[in-house]
Design a protein around this ligand. Structure first.
Ligand code: SF4
Length: 699
């Protein structure tokens, strides 16, 4: 007979923005294995993380009791943690004691110093409902818009450019459109590593005769499938994209009718591009003018050309300009608003799209409604029954700068690990030390939790019910497969416990009730009832009414979501990174991810299979650079920048340019962000993770 302890649970993968649907096969409260389901984004496929990356939630390191910092355990920027016993700085507490300490300390800070002394970081790993409730708590309970999450470190620049130019930060066409495109451009992205299942559809499209154009300083595993690999000089994105547009102008390949009817600002762009001819840019970008002309011709004249981009575009001090140039390219050729065209900034986290939509960002309420617009503010004041802050909130890195200055004194961090993920970590860690109260809600004693006053053990993805929005704007249902370990509690309940201690009378029965409230203030999801999501498993917003099928392609009617309905061209100047290599620091450091590890490693490094495949930090270097330094792959080196140093082993990668090195940021024992710079893009406040100067020495 059927064993009652066995069940199959239909859910979503907790890792990347592709949003693969999967089934957890569960026995005795343990996941035995997973299968890909026939979801719209994966058609039964899963990558190694989706397939094997679930046992972190049953790791022996899981937090199962609330913790409070010991009186005699001072906070230090460089804490000496005994890996065998990391808990020495903390003592176990009851839930009541821990929640009182967190909630009342935060409230006291608010009452003593004012609302602007508080801030919150939510999570792109949590559900839409958690993101919504978290930002509502910060806005109505803390009384500030100082709420952000890792989107600031990820696509803030892309979203900034898209909002100003086409009126939305979401993708215009879904990944599945690669089957309908003729030309696929992938720039500053490494999909086989970061969006593996999406990359498999791109590779299939290339096998079926679509032209694949890769543009990246690093030759990635996608290259064997590509028709063109433009391995340009790092940091010269704007020069390259402007030269492509100049080539299109030269050859008269712009879409004049589209430009005339649906855009503004083209003349200024046209003038601006005169300085960027392909011949002129060749020595800067390293890409032959003829190649530029050839790929530009292909892109402009095809029936359908799509652009995908990633952090290689967005994480620069000129990230917003990089994105602006990409959008200009699509607009001037009319490659938008049809199947198989458009703009797709590939979202990293499984719910970074949804968390942003839910208002987990400092400048907008849910559905990108501006906080500094009086009518909108009044609408939300009425809806939430609470006075709201009329100032724009601070962004992630700015919040840390203010904490460093002593102006922010209390923080609530749920499911993020800024003590690993922020740039210039020494500075960020000092900021955490300065806080009077840091409350961290997470699964593990993360590097950030080391600095906490109170640690709240929370729920893993496989233990909760909620919705998640993937890179394609698909809202999908995640369902609980496992019970909570020990005394750990649901994140949604913990947010409410804190909220009640800040004086809010909250009593949501669960995610469904939160979702129904979200539908009332977010027109994009108004048509997605909980029943419908549960039944259909995946619906694409905008979905305004219950009988609406969802909107996979934006702008089919060529009306953009700007004030005047037109798309707006912008010009972008070629500028350089803020820290260039020199004699003292001659190498360029690029940070990023590996296939097997996820972001700061808090999940995947506690996953047996994934950590066994990639157990240690390595610095990838060009083989010639290794040889010149008398090094073999595997030799130990010290890598240092003006801000810090890490010790690790080398690895050879001839896909890099000489003088360029790559370091994943998942390893706490060699934290890449000790090296990175906290220079920000002035428009989007995104840090320059993709470029800083380092030195390397044998150790
Ligand atoms: Fe999960 Fe992304 Fe892999 Fe799909 S491609 S299984 S969503 S990590």
């Amino acid at each position: 007979g059927e064993d009652e302890s066995e069940k199959d649970v239909e859910s979503v993968c907790p890792y990347c923005g592709v949003g693969c649907l999967l089934t957890y096969h569960v026995k005795d409260d343990k996941i035995q294995w997973t299968d890909g389901r026939d979801g719209p984004s994966n058609h039964n496929r899963l990558c190694v993380k989706g397939r094997y990356g679930y046992d972190y939630s049953r790791s022996p390191e899981r937090l199962t009791k609330p913790l409070i910092r010991r009186e005699d355990a001072p906070k230090e920027a460089d804490p000496q943690i005994d890996p065998a016993n990391p808990y020495t700085h903390f003592r176990e507490a009851t839930w009541e004691e821990a929640l009182d300490r967190a909630g009342y300390d935060l409230r006291n800070i608010r009452d003593k110093y004012g609302s602007q002394a508080l801030a919150g970081f939510g999570s792109a790993k949590g559900s839409n409902e958690e993101a919504y409730l978290f930002q509502k708590l910060v806005r109505t309970g803390f009384g500030t818009n100082n709420v952000d999450h890792c989107t600031r470190l990820c696509h803030a620049s892309s979203v900034k450019a898209m909002l100003e130019m086409i009126g939305t930060g979401g993708i215009t066409n879904q990944v599945e459109d690669v089957a309908r495109a003729e030309v696929i451009v992938v720039i500053g992205a490494n999909p086989p590593v970061n969006h593996p299942v999406a990359s498999s559809f791109m590779k299939n499209a290339a096998q079926n005769g679509k032209k694949l154009i890769l543009i990246d300083p690093r030759r990635t595993d996608m290259a064997p499938h590509a028709d063109y690999m433009l391995q340009f000089q790092p940091d010269t994105d704007v020069a390259l994209l402007n030269s492509m547009m100049a080539a299109i102008l030269e050859e008269g390949l712009v879409d004049e009718e589209f430009i005339r009817s649906h855009t503004s600002g083209f003349e200024a762009l046209q003038e601006h591009l005169a300085a960027y001819s392909p011949d002129h840019m060749e020595p800067i970008t390293g890409i032959p003018a003829e190649t530029i002309r050839e790929v530009s011709r292909l892109y402009a004249t095809s029936e359908g050309s799509m652009i995908f981009w990633g952090m290689g575009v967005s994480q620069h001090s000129h990230g917003t300009d990089n994105a602006r140039a990409l959008i200009d390219l699509a607009l001037m050729t009319g490659q938008i608003g049809r199947p198989g065209t458009g703009l797709h900034p590939l979202r990293g986290q499984n719910n970074v799209q949804g968390a942003s939509d839910a208002g987990l960002i400092p400048m907008v309420y849910p559905d990108y409604q501006p906080v500094n617009d009086t009518a909108t503010q009044e609408k939300f004041e009425q809806f939430w029954g609470s006075k709201l802050d009329d100032q724009l909130g601070l962004t992630a890195v700015e919040i840390f700068n203010e904490a460093h200055e002593g102006n922010i004194k209390g923080m609530y961090i749920m499911g993020e690990n800024p003590a690993m993920s922020d740039p210039n970590l020494r500075h960020s860690r000092e900021s955490l030390v300065h806080l009077e109260n840091l409350t961290v809600q997470d699964l593990f004693l993360t590097e950030t939790a080391f600095y906490a006053d109170v640690v709240l053990p929370a729920s893993a993805f496989q233990e909760k019910l909620g919705t998640y929005t993937n890179t394609d704007r698909r809202v999908q249902m995640g369902r609980p497969a496992l019970s909570l370990p020990g005394d750990a509690r649901q994140d949604l309940d913990l947010i409410q416990e804190i909220a009640r201690r800040l004086g809010l009378d909250w009593n949501y029965s669960g995610p469904r009730e939160v979702w129904e409230e979200m539908r009332q203030c977010m027109p994009s999801i108004a048509g997605m009832s909980w029943e419908r999501l549960d039944r259909e498993d995946s619906i694409t917003y905008p979905c305004p009414t219950e009988d609406h099928p969802g909107t996979p392609i934006l702008f089919l009617d060529k009306t953009f979501w700007t004030q005047d309905g037109k798309a707006h061209f912008q010009t972008a100047d070629f500028t350089r990174a803020k820290e260039l290599p020199d004699d003292e620091y001659p190498f360029v450091l690029i940070t990023g991810r590996q296939l097997e590890h996820w972001h700061t490693g808090s999940m995947t490094r506690r996953t047996q299979v994934l950590n066994a495949i990639e157990p240690m930090a390595t610095l990838s270097m060009h083989p010639e650079d290794l040889r010149q330094m008398g090094l073999q792959p595997g030799d130990k080196v010290r890598t240092y920048s003006r801000r810090g140093s890490v010790d690790l082993a080398t690895r050879a990668d001839d896909g890099l340019h000489r003088g360029q090195v790559f370091l994943p940021f998942a390893y706490h024992e060699a934290a890449a962000n000790l090296l990175t710079t906290d220079v920000l893009d002035p428009d989007a406040k995104i840090p320059e993770f993709k470029y800083c100067a380092v030195q390397i020495q044998p150790s």
